[in-house]
Design a protein around this ligand. Structure first.
Ligand SMILES: [Zn+2]
Length: 206
């Protein structure tokens, strides 16, 4: 018994910072209130761990309207911020729709609300699509890191134009343009994705 008492308690993990905590979600709802004149930002927000439901506006009981959002997605660092914002706006559109007619469905009335609050007027989100979005995001992140290796002054070997020196790189992430000064044809502006796929990079002391 004493043995067990002496044993140290396992250290509690420090709470990890939430990407989308209640305050951040509420801030978006309140911003939308500014567009509609409603009070969605004052409704209770629940967070659950549902995988298949990203968000929900519940009006089962008129004096207990509330929003629910999935931590499974909202705290996933690979899930893009734009997707989270769209889910919040999607649910807000249900709220707005409900306030106008006492119910809501994915129909024309709801789509009008979507347009008003800037939600995509589609019942778009499901598990499969989200997995797809997450994978695309991860792929873009990996590519972006790869592209970070490109610097001005580097020499690339183009399959048609031959050797050229990178003189500028603009843009960010996977959307970058590389300006290359080729001995054969002069200055060309190429997409970094194209350069990365088709050109070889020559060592600096080549
Ligand atoms: Zn919906």
């Amino acid at each position: 018994m004493a043995e067990r008492e002496r044993r140290k308690k396992p250290k509690e993990k420090p709470p990890t910072k939430m990407i989308w905590d209640e305050a951040r979600i509420r801030a978006e709802l309140t911003r939308l209130d500014g567009i509609t004149g409603l009070n969605g930002g004052e409704l209770p927000i629940r967070l659950n761990n549902a995988r298949c439901t990203l968000g929900m506006f519940s009006y089962a009981s008129p004096d207990n309207l509330n929003f629910t959002f999935s931590n499974y997605w909202f705290q996933n660092p690979d899930w893009p911020e734009e997707s989270a914002l769209d889910v919040i706006r999607h649910e807000y559109a249900h709220y707005m729709d409900y306030m106008q007619r006492g119910e809501s469905a994915h129909d024309k009335m709801w789509r009008m609300c979507c347009l008003k609050v800037g939600a995509m007027p589609t019942r778009l989100y499901n598990d499969k699509l989200n997995d797809h979005i997450v994978k695309e995001h991860q792929r873009d992140e990996a590519l972006s890191k790869q592209y970070d290796a490109y610097q001005t002054g580097m020499i690339v070997l183009h399959p048609k134009y031959g050797e050229g020196v990178i003189t500028a790189i603009e843009g960010e992430g996977v959307h970058r343009a590389v300006t290359v000064d080729f001995a054969s044809v002069g200055i060309k502006r190429l997409g970094i994705q194209w350069v990365d796929t088709h050109c070889a990079v020559l060592p600096q002391d080549y």
